[in-house]
Design a protein around this ligand. Structure first.
Ligand code: IMP
Ligand code: MG
Length: 182
């Protein structure tokens, strides 16, 4: 698996610093809210990021999962999302939601999910991503919390996959292009 990685882009130590910084910000931003705080982990890619981040959030939080797809098994964005697993909540008006993503690319997934939760009546919706590729944006979208902006490279590890593999790497690395072009 390590042979398929060109370079390490975000080390375990850097990820630790990122989750420290974002959790500190969330602890501050939500300390006075009178609503429930709900983290929405977007499966499968943001699993590890959500775990590391929530350990450092010291406020009461609830955890929910959604599964969406904007990609097939390959690496090109289709520009659409499908909701495969939705929230099992009737009333969203009693909660502040933070959607947690692994990476923002075109921006379609998070901008559409944000609109969807707002349309269902969420009290507030913010977005949090480990990684952001701003140069790839197709829609006007800026995440509220962002771990790191990265160049337009295909990355894997720490939850991120290529064809369901490499999620278990403890760091984020650039995948050798010959792996996904062969
Ligand atoms: P968007 O809707 O185009 O912003 O796509 C975001 C989704 O694309 C992420 O949740 C990932 O599943 C996937 N994605 C985008 N870039 C990468 C990458 O470099 N590695 C792995 N997955 C990626
Ligand atoms: Mg994803």
């Amino acid at each position: 698996m390590l042979n398929d990685i060109e370079t390490v882009l975000v080390s375990e130590e850097e990820i630790d610093n990122i989750t420290d910084r974002i959790a500190t910000q969330i602890n501050e931003d939500y300390k006075n809210t009178n609503k429930k705080l709900v983290l929405i982990c977007i499966l499968k890619g943001s699993l590890m990021f959500t775990c590391e981040l929530m350990k450092k959030i010291h406020l009461p939080v609830e955890l929910d999962f959604m599964k969406v797809s904007s990609y097939g098994s390959g690496y090109m964005s289709s520009g659409q999302i499908n909701i495969h697993l939705d929230l099992r909540r009737e009333d969203l008006s009693d909660a502040d939601f933070i959607i947690i993503e692994d990476i923002v690319d075109s921006g379609n997934t998070l901008s559409r999910l944000t609109s969807y939760l707002r349309a269902r009546g969420a009290n507030s919706v913010k977005t949090c991503t480990l990684l952001d590729k701003p140069s790839r944006r197709e829609v006007d979208f800026v995440p509220d919390y962002c771990g790191m902006q990265i160049p337009d490279k295909f990355v894997v590890g720490f939850g991120l996959d290529y064809d369901e593999k490499y999620r278990n790497l403890p760091f984020v690395g650039v995948l050798k292009p010959e792996i996904y072009t062969k």
